[in-house]
Design a protein around this ligand. Structure first.
Ligand code: ZN
Length: 78
């Protein structure tokens, strides 16, 4: 099954070994590792108080709350 959120998505491994999702110009980092269900919070969660998040089940995105308190950083990944 192809998730409706699957367009424009990249899951990458950062240099520190943490997984990140890049979605529509925003990046999310994973809170727990090794679980079937993943919770990914916006990387500006702490610095900007952004409460956007992504939820995954077995690496499939099942829920996106993409109401950010800041603009996307699309250019960074071009
Ligand atoms: Zn955000």
């Amino acid at each position: 099954m192809l998730s409706p959120f699957a367009r424009n998505v990249k899951i990458i491994m950062s240099e520190r070994g943490t997984q990140q999702i890049h979605l529509n110009g925003y990046s999310y980092s994973r809170r727990k590792r090794g679980c079937t269900v993943g919770r990914w919070y916006c990387t500006s969660h702490h610095s900007k108080g952004c409460r956007a998040f992504v939820r995954t089940v077995e690496d499939e995105i099942v829920c996106v709350r993409d109401q950010h308190t800041h603009p996307p950083r699309v250019n960074k990944w071009l």
